[in-house]
Design a binder for this molecule. Structure first.
Ligand SMILES: [Mn+2]
Length: 465
């Protein structure tokens, strides 16, 4: 898809007019990589238009009873699913750019007394999980202003939002945005092994984190080194360990075939057809960033953005994206390092204390004391210590609401390829115990009342579609 549907195009023209006619602007955006990227794009548009504005990165629960105080309030990567305009005044102007399921329909704007414009792909029959994210929606607004140089931030947002997760590619409106970023010379798309840490992780370490299926190399660096040796893939360049990005195509080809072979042996026969998709996917490189930095690879960059979000340092993330790097880059390094240390410590604790409990169809751990914001990340990383055939569910107390539990689920992509959508399942089960939830097929979460944990687990373990 190269062009926007005409109704959507009209909405963007309209959004541009509203922005041009406003002087006092507030942006609310979501506290994850997608939302931060969306916020950075919007803020850059407003900077270039010389518009005074403030930006606040928030979690969804901060939108209840929100005061609408500015002339124009823009919501990005959130807002469609919340009653954000309850306190709007007749003079308020509201723009929502969101890809989550909307509460209000396309004609809602005709029913209210204030200026209301909601841009949501779902109003135009476009899927918001695979074809466009919050950052992408903001990018198309930037494009309306002629700022196609911001397209790379939209690509980062899409990767951070796992929009390419099911097919290993950016598709739909995402692919048209990707084309812009390639034409502008900011992004290179290469089909590559799908190992995390393309630019910065030594290859043997990247291999040892392979966790969609437990392989001999999973959590075993010695085995990973042995595998490279068997394939004749050298470990070092000078005294630096080689990363995936250092490999030539011949080496990548050998590694691809070997991983496919190992995996095909390990998975049930009906999963074998999904194996190549597990091993290779398109990856995106930012050409203006230096080689061997985590800013060069979209996946690694998105991890750094999420590390900022998890540690309430979205301000740093936005500075980085807007190109103000003099001090923020050092800060980002510190935040990322501390984040990795916190994750490693807690994974060690869960592993040492045998905290993973396996039930019939699920496995879980009690992350008592774990920061609410990282329970999902930990669930994903701990999957490789459990049983990859079952989803991993983590629980922890909600920081400022101890009577609630945050629940996070992660699972192997193989289960999603096979058609299971845990985001939908967790939404239903959370609702059945008086909570709320949702998300992607392989990464999702919920909030549930503390005393409903056992019921939640029991319902989940007995659930069948
Ligand atoms: Mn999003």
């Amino acid at each position: 898809m190269d062009n926007l549907p005409s109704k959507l195009e009209k909405s963007y023209e309209n959004a541009k007019k509203i922005i041009e006619s406003s002087e006092d602007i507030k942006i609310y955006s979501h506290n994850d990589c997608d939302g931060i990227s969306a916020g950075a794009i919007l803020s850059t548009i407003l900077d270039r238009q010389n518009k005074v504005h403030e930006i606040e990165i928030v979690s969804l629960d901060k939108l209840d009873n929100l005061e609408i105080e500015n002339e124009l309030t823009i919501f990005s990567d959130l807002g469609s699913g919340q009653n954000v305009d309850e306190l709007a005044k007749d003079s308020s102007k509201i723009i929502i750019l969101d890809h989550h399921p909307p509460l209000r329909n396309f004609n809602y704007k005709n029913k209210v007394s204030y200026e209301y414009l909601e841009i949501n792909p779902l109003h135009h029959g476009i899927d918001g999980s695979n074809y466009i994210s919050g950052g992408g929606l903001s990018y198309f607004l930037a494009k309306e202003f002629g700022y196609m140089d911001l397209s790379w931030i939209g690509v980062l947002a899409a990767v951070g939002d796992m929009q390419n997760n099911m097919t290993g590619k950016l598709e739909g409106l995402n692919s048209s945005m990707l084309k812009d970023s390639i034409n502008e010379g900011y992004v290179n798309s290469i089909n590559d092994l799908s190992l995390y840490g393309r630019q910065t992780r030594p290859l043997f370490v990247a291999l040892s984190y392979f966790s969609d299926v437990n392989l001999p190399i999973t959590n075993n660096r010695t085995e990973a080194i042995a595998l490279m040796k068997n394939l004749g893939i050298g470990r070092k360049i000078g005294d630096r360990s080689r990363t995936l990005s250092d490999l030539d195509n011949l080496e990548k080809g050998k590694l691809f075939s070997e991983l496919v072979k190992m995996l095909s042996k390990e998975v049930p026969e009906n999963y074998v057809k999904y194996v190549p998709k597990l091993v290779a996917a398109d990856s995106y490189e930012f050409l203006m960033e230096e080689d061997h930095t985590f800013l060069r690879d979209a996946s690694e960059f998105s991890t750094a953005m999420n590390a900022c979000a998890r540690n309430n340092r979205e301000d740093i993330a936005i500075e980085i994206l807007k190109g103000n790097r003099t001090n923020s880059l050092d800060e980002l390094e510190i935040i990322s390092k501390e984040h990795r240390r916190y994750l490693a410590q807690n994974i060690q604790r869960i592993e040492d204390e045998d905290m993973i409990i396996e039930l019939d169809k699920i496995q879980y751990f009690d992350g008592n004391g774990l920061k609410t914001s990282v329970v999902g990340t930990i669930a994903g990383m701990i999957l490789s210590y459990g049983n990859w055939r079952k989803p991993m569910i983590g629980f922890t107390q909600v920081d400022d609401k101890p009577e609630h539990l945050k629940v996070s689920l992660r699972c192997s992509r193989l289960l999603a390829y096979d058609g299971i959508h845990f985001g939908n399942i967790i939404r239903k089960i959370a609702a059945s115990v008086g909570g709320s939830g949702g998300g992607h097929s392989v990464a999702c979460g919920a909030y549930i009342p503390q005393d409903k944990k056992d019921l939640f687990l029991k319902t989940f373990d007995e659930y069948s579609d």
